[in-house]
Write a protein that binds this ligand. Structure first.
Ligand code: FEO
Ligand code: CA
Ligand code: CA
Ligand code: CA
Length: 671
């Protein structure tokens, strides 16, 4: 159906990788722990094989993980399962977009698009008109920030929503006209522009007369930046590890940064993950205490001078002067967009790592489970389960109660076990004899309230240095776990594992059934079902829905769907669901030569695994934040033109001509 133009793998320029994640891929992966390797997995698998094979057979028959859930999978009873092969299921009836390298947002025939808001557009009343040649920090603090990532829509009346957007990071070399920004010597004003371009934006949007979204003026307009005060909550609030000379209480943090993937809570707030916070800091190599040094290293906190040189303007970015400042980032933060004067919160109970997403599922007894990934090669998948119960309703009182749920509970990390013999995994991605990459898993408790379950770690240390605690607990090293989200229709959980080109490299963890490819450059998508369908369970059954890449190559797998009928997909990053329960996947870093994009894939019935590309984003951009309703799709176009240079830009999207490329939110709808 789609022929794949096999461009040479473009990769990204080293300049922009530096700004994006501190060149994470060029550095040693910080997880050097020896907590688990192939041999251990093999032993587990062999001893438990047979027990779970029955589950796999039932799963194939019922379209669900019946052995663990004890219930009929909802998908089996849904009309979707009755669809004949080749007939698009509701929500996926569009002609796929072909891979391309256009400097455009390309949508299927019959669909229209608009830009909802772009970097520099007004957010707060009184925001000055955007002028990149004369940008100031004061202006930027009222305007839409840079590099939009997660997008959350919170209903706020008929066809009206509060839209909350993360601004992950700044690429200073591309934010100022060529010649203005000297990387070696940024000015104070330029640095403060960058602080103001981080954080989040809240605006009110409504449907326009065409069918797309537009921003409407409201009292909700708000910018959260690196200067906004946050309240630290939960068991590590006030910890000695969070105290600095500017905050001797360890309870108040100035700002949030590198907010990547997120989630909307059932109580109408937004959770946002602080991801690559390590890259903003300088001089961690000058810290002499070996324990502190090991902790900084496990999080990859910057050595020497930082890329952005912020340490010259505020000593909090200099770890040799403020060794605890990095501990004040790497949390899940919560924003209440309904109250523009509310103080945003950092939730320590959810642990500290390079957080991706925080999506909530209510447990059978009314508590809340929150899923989150740690996006680094060989890092882990986590779940938090609250102690208290969710109070339905969207009153301010209910919201206050529900926000407090994330203050106390149990934090778990995931361990995956395959059900096929280890000898069947040679790293090529070849399916095992039972036809599926699948198995079971368990949630290993790390800490609950003030009780640590990890030898040698206090509860406080588990919360603040979660990665090191999880190493000790024997979690499974994954291929960059990014967004994780429960499917509201079938109740299963889906995670995007973006890639891991170090898998199987010398001295690194080898393949296992849940990460089955050496040098995994195209990523995969994981699906699991908690025991009894209960998000509070400590056991689950899992399988890979997609092993991404070129469908023409033997190492890819599309849920069993005929591979000659699917769109090529590479580097799954964010996941979302439409109201029919179809999975939508946005990509970051396409290793097949096309621009990144957004894809739909049914997860049940005859169309399960039928990946179709819905759109591509402009050259150099990553597709983020997808929101998919029955009426429209919203995507965040992050870092358009990032593969260019200031003097040789590759993108002028969305304004065209010779304009600076501007990260922006777009909506797409059927004409
Ligand atoms: Fe910010 Fe893991 O992408
Ligand atoms: Ca298997
Ligand atoms: Ca991302
Ligand atoms: Ca998501």
């Amino acid at each position: 159906m789609l022929s794949l133009p096999l461009f040479a793998h473009s990769g990204r320029s080293s300049v922009t990788c530096e700004y994006r994640c501190g060149n994470a891929c060029a550095h040693e992966a910080p997880n050097t722990s020896d907590n688990e390797y192939f041999g251990d997995v093999a032993k587990n698998v062999l001893s438990r094989r047979g027990v779970f094979k029955a589950g796999a057979v039932m799963a194939a028959a019922a379209g669900g993980f019946a052995a663990l859930s004890g219930t009929t999978a909802p998908a089996a009873a849904s009309p979707v399962a009755l669809t004949r092969p080749g007939r698009p299921v509701p929500g996926t009836d569009f002609t796929p977009v072909a891979p391309n390298r256009a400097d455009a947002l390309t949508v299927p025939p019959g669909y229209r698009q608009n830009v909802v808001i772009r970097w520099g557009d007004p957010v707060v009343t009184g925001a000055p008109k955007f002028d990149p040649a004369k940008q100031t920090a004061a202006a930027q603090a009222k305007q839409f920030g840079y590099n939009n990532d997660f997008v959350g829509l919170i209903p706020n009346g008929h066809d009206r929503w509060l839209m909350v957007v993360n601004h992950e990071y700044t690429t200073e070399v591309q934010m100022f006209p060529a010649g203005q920004y000297d990387e070696a010597n940024p000015t104070r004003e330029q640095v403060e522009v960058a602080w103001a371009a981080h954080g989040l934006s809240v605006v009110q949007v409504e449907k326009d007369r065409h069918g797309g979204l537009k921003v409407v003026p409201s009292r909700y307009g708000r910018r959260i930046t690196l200067d906004t005060e946050f309240e630290v909550r939960g068991p590590a609030a006030g910890s000695k590890y969070l105290k600095t000379s500017a905050d001797r209480t360890g309870r108040r943090v100035r700002g949030t940064q590198n907010n990547c993937s997120g989630g909307v809570t059932p109580w109408g707030t937004v959770l946002s993950g602080e991801e690559n916070f390590h890259q903003y800091f300088a001089n961690s190599d000058k810290v002499t205490d070996p324990v502190t040094q090991a902790r900084l290293k496990r999080y990859g906190v910057g050595t020497g001078t930082s890329t952005r040189k912020w340490e010259r303007f505020d000593k909090r970015w200099d770890v040799s002067q403020e060794p605890n400042e990095p501990n004040r980032f790497g949390w899940v933060v919560e924003i209440d967009p309904n109250d523009p004067h509310s103080t945003p919160v950092k939730h320590t109970a959810l642990g500290r790592f390079k957080h991706e997403a925080a999506n909530v599922k209510i447990t059978k007894d009314g508590r809340v489970a929150v899923y989150s990934g740690d996006d680094e090669r060989f890092d882990y998948i986590y779940k938090f389960v609250s102690k208290g119960r969710y109070k339905p309703g969207n009153s301010a009182l209910a919201r206050r109660h529900n926000m407090a749920l994330l203050d106390e509970g149990t934090l778990y990390v995931a361990k995956f076990t395959g059900d096929s013999p280890a000898s069947e995994f040679d790293g090529s991605g070849k399916l095992p004899e039972d036809g599926e990459f699948d198995g079971t898993g368990e949630w290993i408790p790390l800490v609950s309230g003030n009780k640590s379950f990890v030898d040698g770690f206090t509860a406080e240390e588990v919360y603040v240095f979660t990665r090191l605690a999880a190493d000790k607990a024997g979690a499974t090293k994954m291929d960059r776990p990014e967004d994780i989200e429960p499917n509201p229709v079938n109740g299963r959980i889906y995670a995007a594992l973006t890639n891991n080109t170090d898998r199987g490299a010398a001295g690194k963890a080898g393949v296992d059934e849940v990460n089955p490819r050496n040098g995994n450059k195209n990523g995969h998508v994981l699906e699991w079902e908690e025991a009894r369908g209960d998000a509070a369970a400590t056991k689950f059954a899992w399988r890979l829905l997609l092993v991404c890449g070129d469908p023409k190559t033997a190492d890819t797998y599309f849920g069993g769907f005929p591979k000659d009928q699917v769109s090529p997909i590479s580097c799954p990053d964010n996941v979302a669901f439409d109201p029919y329960g179809n999975l939508w996947i946005s990509t970051d870093g396409n290793a097949l030569g096309s621009n990144d994009g957004l894809f739909s894939v049914p997860v049940a019935g005859a169309e399960r695994g039928h990946v179709k590309q819905f759109l591509t984003v402009p050259i150099g951009a990553e597709t983020c934040g997808p929101v998919v309703t029955s009426d429209f799709v919203v995507v965040a176009v992050q870092h358009p033109g990032e593969n260019g240079t200031p003097t040789a830009p590759t993108s002028h999207w969305p304004d065209g001509g010779t304009s600076l490329a501007r990260p922006a939110i777009a909506s797409v709808w059927r004409d």
